[in-house]
Design a binder for this molecule. Structure first.
Ligand code: ARG
Length: 460
């Protein structure tokens, strides 16, 4: 019968249809069914151990819950707004199946601690998935670095050519970012990993429920300390979306570079046909839609973070219905991040590197000017004087429309007698790179070393 709600005892009138629809979260929280059932089974065990259910009752309940799970999996379960949320949908079905015994399951539990549990169980699984997808992306990045170990490209500051760097070094910069992302997700996971059931509606439960047993069954390493906090804490969601936002920021930076590099003006890379799209009007076009969309989807994730922060701001303790609104942005963040990681990995593996275009770009723009200044410093000139002198040399080259490598030893010596034969080699991009042997620098030896340690870190 419609409107026979589990909570309708004190109500004289049925719920208004619009209010019912407005109140319902079933349309989106149905995806929590697996974790909700898992939590209910563990709760049933605690009820049995506390002497509230007999062993037989416990078994009947858990068996019926497994059947309901299968019904939902097979799509044989129709969700309707009058079910309100996933917790009541499952409970109602349980009572349909096993009668009044089903009504014993909610003893000592509230939907407030139940949803807190479901969200934590769900998020723990999703973070683990994200960590393994992140691992795959890092592998792809390391692969690009390794396969193009000695490929030289211009390094940029202000989007102006600055100094030569190795493409492998550039790629490994993204590895470092993603490594920090991993650590952030792992730290977040530790805080999600706390079991809230037993908090009840807000004050705790009067039954002798073994919270540590429930935690152990469900694979939590600890239990929450305070029942009010247990039902009203959503920090773990805010924190997760923060981690996701920082990850997306990194990926959008990578994608921005890929978009620029695949432009005709740069032509540093070419994305494979499989990961590019065409134009409906311009037959010649090959567009980098995938990286552009990653850049775009970063906005949604940031939006979700702001939604959660704003949602939780100034909420009094303990549970408030506002918190039901945490789900769509959380689910959207999880789906977006997983999709992005899944598509970026094969796209990177498939991308073609145009070493010649990168090498050509290094030749123009006086990228080794700083190396010339350093050359003079090594011959005893104060850096500021050397900087000014090399500025004058660059100005000379610009006037003559030549590069530093075009200068003869005589040309060099007209600027300073400190220049000797070896300056001719010192201005080559290869030489410039070979001098950056400082820890963390772009010298090939350092990059090779780093890749070795990275492979060890990642157990590749
Ligand atoms: N659907 C609710 C949510 O997502 C579950 C908890 C509802 N609790 C309550 N007392 N109405 O937050």
């Amino acid at each position: 019968m419609r409107n026979k709600k589990p909570w309708s005892g004190r109500f004289l009138e049925p719920t208004n249809r619009l209010a019912e629809r407005f109140n319902a979260s079933i349309s989106f929280d149905k995806r929590l069914y697996r974790w909700d059932i898992l939590g209910s089974k563990a709760h049933a065990m605690a009820l049995w151990k506390a002497g509230i259910l007999t062993e037989r009752e416990y078994k009947r309940i858990t068996r019926a819950l497994s059947i309901i799970e299968r019904e939902i999996e097979k799509g044989r379960f129709t969700f309707t707004p009058d079910m309100e949320d996933i917790h009541m949908a499952i409970e109602r079905r349980l009572i349909e199946k096993i009668g009044p015994l089903g009504g014993k399951l909610h003893t000592g539990r509230s939907r407030n601690d139940q949803i807190a549990l479901d969200m934590r169980l769900y998020l723990k699984d999703e973070i683990r998935d994200i960590l393994s997808l992140l691992h795959e992306l890092k592998r792809a990045i390391v692969k690009v670095a390794k396969e193009n170990m000695d490929c030289i490209m211009p390094g940029y500051t202000h989007m102006q050519r600055a100094q030569p760097v190795l493409l492998s070094h550039h790629m490994l910069a993204y590895y470092e970012m993603l490594k920090r992302d991993r650590a952030r997700f792992e730290a977040c996971l530790r805080r999600v990993d706390s079991m809230p059931l037993g908090s009840g509606a807000l004050a705790g439960s009067p039954y002798n429920l073994d919270r540590y047993l429930v935690a152990e069954i469900l694979g939590f390493s600890t239990v929450t300390e305070n029942s009010l906090d247990g039902v009203s804490d959503r920090d773990f969601i805010v924190e997760f979306i923060s981690c996701a936002s920082i990850l997306m920021m990194h990926l959008s930076r990578l994608c921005e570079e890929l978009i620029i590099w695949s432009s005709q003006e740069f032509s540093f890379i070419e994305l494979s046909d499989a990961f590019s799209t065409g134009s409906s009007i311009m037959p010649q076009k090959k567009n980098p839609d995938i990286p552009e969309l990653v850049r775009g989807k970063t906005a949604r994730v940031y939006g979700n973070l702001i939604t959660l922060l704003t949602l939780m701001k100034a909420l009094p303790l303990a549970y408030n219905k506002d918190m039901q609104e945490d789900k769509p942005p959380l689910f959207d963040t999880v789906d977006t991040v997983k999709d992005v990681l899944r598509v970026l990995t094969p796209m990177l593996m498939d991308m073609r590197i145009n070493r010649e275009a990168m090498a050509d770009a290094v030749k123009k723009g006086f990228l080794t000017a700083t190396d010339v200044a350093d050359y003079l410093v090594r011959k005893g000139m104060p850096f500021r004087d050397a900087h000014r002198k090399v500025g004058a040399i660059v100005a000379h080259c610009i006037r003559k429309n030549i590069t530093l490598e075009d200068l003869t030893l005589r040309d060099w010596r007209r600027f300073s007698t400190l220049f000797e034969e070896d300056i001719l080699r010192a201005v080559s991009p290869e030489h410039s790179i070979s001098t950056k042997t400082i820890y963390g620098g772009t010298a090939l030896r350092r990059v090779k070393e780093r890749i070795k340690r990275v492979e060890k870190e990642m157990k590749i």
